[in-house]
Design a protein around this ligand. Structure first.
Ligand SMILES: [Ca+2]
Length: 81
């Protein structure tokens, strides 16, 4: 699911598809913003490390204030467990 192009990286289109798959409703701008947040090295693709680092952070219980997007993502993830 995460590495659809087979090289272990997630591009913008794949990321949008992933968000869609989670059942999270976001605007194109929100998806782009989130992508940029996760893409820490700014190379326009998400490797598994960037991805897992971000979502582990989002899912951490003791995390401080979150954005609406992160709260939505957390709900989507926890719903699947
Ligand atoms: Ca990257």
């Amino acid at each position: 699911m995460i590495c659809q192009d087979g090289n272990g990286k997630i591009g913008r289109d794949e990321f949008a598809a992933f968000i869609d798959e989670l059942g999270v409703t976001m605007t194109t701008e929100e998806v782009a913003m989130l992508f940029d947040t996760i893409d820490r090295d700014g190379n326009n693709s998400l490797c598994l490390d960037e991805f897992s680092e971000y979502f582990l952070d989002v899912l951490a219980e003791d995390r401080g204030a979150t954005t609406q997007i992160e709260a939505t993502l957390r709900t989507a993830f926890l719903k699947g467990e």
